[in-house]
Design a protein around this ligand. Structure first.
Ligand SMILES: [Ca+2]
Length: 201
C-alpha cells in the first residue's frame, strides 16, 4: 500500500518535471543570431539587396568595399547622388527574400524570438542623413507580418551601432529583412555611407 503511494507520487513528480522541461524549451530557446550581412561572401548572409526604390539610377552599391570595415574584411558602400534620375527625389534599398519579392510571392523568414536588429553604419564625410532604417513593412498578398524602424539617423565618420527594437513584434514572416531610405532635400550634396554587421539577435 505504502509502496504504491510512493510510486504514484514519483510518477506525478516526474510527469511534472517533464512538462516543465518542455515548457522551458518552448519559451526559453535562445534565438540564434541571424545575419543579413557580415562580409561580402559570408555563407550565412540572408536576404538580397534587390529592392531599389525611388531614384534607383542615383545609387551605387558595393558590398565588397575593403577600406576600414567594421568587422571582417569588407563592408557595404552606398553612394547616393542627387541627380534625381527618375524624378523621385528620394531613394532606398530593400533587402528581400526571395529577391525582388514585393509581397507577390511567399518567402518571408520566420524570425520569431529575435529581440532586435542591430547594424553598424558610418558616413564618408559625416552628417549624411538617412531618413529611415527598417525591417518588414512589405505589403501585398504575402505581406510582412510586421514593421519596425528608426530614423532619421545622422551618420558620423566613425562606425556606430544602431538598434531596431523588435520586442513585441510579429516576426513570423518577414520578406523585407532590412531597408534604408533617404532623400536629396536632407542630403543636398548626396550621401556616401557604409554598413556592416547587420544581424537579427
Ligand atoms: Ca564586414
Amino acid at each position: 500500500m505504502r509502496k504504491s503511494i510512493l510510486i504514484a507520487i514519483a510518477l506525478v513528480l516526474s510527469t511534472g518535471l517533464w512538462l516543465n522541461a518542455n515548457a522551458a524549451q518552448e519559451a526559453g530557446a535562445p534565438f540564434k543570431t541571424f545575419n543579413v550581412y557580415t562580409d561580402a561572401k559570408a555563407p550565412d548572409n540572408h536576404y538580397i539587396p534587390s529592392g531599389w526604390m525611388g531614384d534607383w539610377g542615383d545609387m551605387k552599391y558595393n558590398d565588397k568595399f575593403m577600406e576600414k570595415p567594421h568587422g571582417g574584411t569588407t563592408s557595404i558602400q552606398i553612394i547616393y547622388n542627387t541627380n534625381a534620375t527618375q524624378g523621385a527625389r528620394w531613394a532606398g534599398i530593400y533587402w528581400q527574400n526571395p529577391p525582388n519579392n514585393w509581397g507577390t510571392r511567399p518567402g518571408g523568414y520566420d524570425l520569431t524570438g529575435a529581440k532586435k536588429l542591430t547594424f553598424w553604419a558610418r558616413g564618408d564625410k559625416g552628417g549624411e542623413r538617412i531618413e529611415e532604417f527598417k525591417i518588414g513593412g512589405i505589403t501585398g498578398e504575402y505581406a510582412d507580418s510586421d514593421v519596425a524602424g528608426i530614423g532619421p539617423v545622422v551618420l558620423e565618420t566613425e562606425w556606430k551601432q544602431f538598434t531596431i527594437d523588435l520586442e513585441g513584434k510579429d516576426l513570423s514572416s518577414i520578406s523585407g529583412g532590412f531597408c534604408w531610405a533617404t532623400n536629396l532635400d536632407v542630403n543636398p550634396e548626396g550621401a556616401t555611407f557604409y554598413l556592416d554587421d547587420i544581424r537579427y539577435e
